[in-house]
Design a protein around this ligand. Sequence first.
Ligand code: M6R
Length: 601
Amino acid sequence: MCGIVGYIGHGDKKQVLIDGLRELEYRGYDSAGIAMMDESGITHYKAVGKLINLENKASEYSSNSYGVGIGHTRWATHGKPNEVNAHPHLGEYSFVVHNGIIENYQELKKELQDEGVRFLSQTDTEVIVHLFEKFNNQLDNPFQAFEQTIAKLRGAYATLLITKKDPETIYFAKNGSPMIAGKDDHGSVYFGSSDAALIGKAKEVTYLTDGDYGFARSGTIHLFHAGESMVPAMVPLKSDKIYAQKEGFRFFMEKEIYEQSSVISDTMLGRVLDDEIHFDEIPDGLFDGIREIKVCACGTSYHAALASSYLFERLSQIRASVEIASEFRYKEPLLRTDTLFVVISQSGETADTLEALKMAKLAGIKTLALCNVDNSSIVREADATILLRAGIEKGVASTKAFATQMMVLWMLALYLAKDKMTAEKYRFDLEAMRLIPGLAKVNERIHEKVKRLSKRYLHGHGFFFIGRDIFYPLALEGALKLKEISYLHAEGYPSGEMKHGPIALADSELFTIALMPQTLLYDKTKSNIEELSARDSTICAISPKSFELADDMIRTSEQKHPMCEFFEMMVILQLLSMEVAVRRGNDVDMPRNLAKSVTVE
Ligand code: M6R
């Protein structure tokens, strides 16, 4: 996830771009860059790290003559966060910025290289500028060249391009990544990845939709879709910046829950192929001689780790064990060199996880990190890293990071299962995987139902979230979400374990949130819940099948694969904890006593 901005006008181009990028810095901050063009030509600056580094570097520049500018703040997906990989990317006479992932960039790059084009960066983005110049050299028509360029791109993109061949114009295209275009009363045009970058500048905006492209020049936005010229639908721009960063959602947590579908798609891009799983990030030999996988993490990431142990054993047929990092550090663990040590962390800075990783390295065993923040301490320490591509997560309660962790872990389990599963079973998983972005989309009807139901779950003496198999770690995660933002006591438990003690707590003030998937151990789970119902526990069942003993029922869709049910139920649990917290008047994004990144032990 990155942020992009664009500007055409008489104002101080550098300042307009930097102001816009500052509002988008939450989307990525491992490098930033700007390019401005006016009558004196093109000037560009790039800097690694936070925006302030770019501001310092460009401090001498100013231009108030009419011209154009584009800017970018980067959150690395392809290529290390260094200056060469920072945007804007340069061709012979044009610059481009891009947010998203060009899925077919390798094949396009190869074609261009075969034709003699020299690439400077490791990014997917650079193909856009070279393709554009190739077509423009043939056609001598920048608009047609741009149209042909975007027709070649597969994947997600929001992109802006400026070129010396048409110096007062910005070319734009949007497909799968956000982009907004706006205007003021003085003939200026603005672009941004979110409203926040345009607030205080543009008066009215148009929210571009997937497949939109065009160019802006002399205060006018020329919009096209599927070859047809369109009239942009302009609406007045709101003036509240924090509201804009939340893109209309009440909380960052809510926005992040709603984003899950699209970030899961990003996670899958270029990795879930037609008939196999592919990870560019896995170096040759990483799995050679490995007989066990040990997965280590904290909090939500630990729940993902626990769920993965079922997948590694069932699909990949590799022994898998799971460790809570703070426990692992002091238990004097026996580490063997035929073990792959996998750490999972959203932030990449969690002290316990980082120390556990260092211990594994010291013991000489191979390490792999699953992490959301490139260049974080954990990423730098591990032998190899698979980035989650969830984008920046602001809510303290982790949601989309968990979703992408689960996705990567499932992909990894399948990657390792290639020669161990029958072709039919392998295909079954691969096909199920492709359904997940759709299933992780928030169903508004269910969200409304959860909002209404939440009023019944504000008191009581506790919650038990229960499930079996992979739905047990999901139950743990549901309970953690509720605890951390509603401040109500909640436990996650394996359904079959309730009778070994916790059932003694059952009465009408004990709330049981029962995960009852139809594809995995339905009858066993049902019996366990009947036992609780018989002791008068209040039951909220989450299931595609109706359950007559439920006091409340949230119906999920009929699915064939347990992971499809998993992701659907995950969203419901997240919404439930959020709506309970809202009703209790709590600070959803910054709950008491917690921090987003736990860098102490
Ligand atoms: O950044 P990490 O994934 O390493 O963080 C681990 C935990 O601190 C984190 O998951 C925490 O439990 C969240 N607040 C859960 O929502």
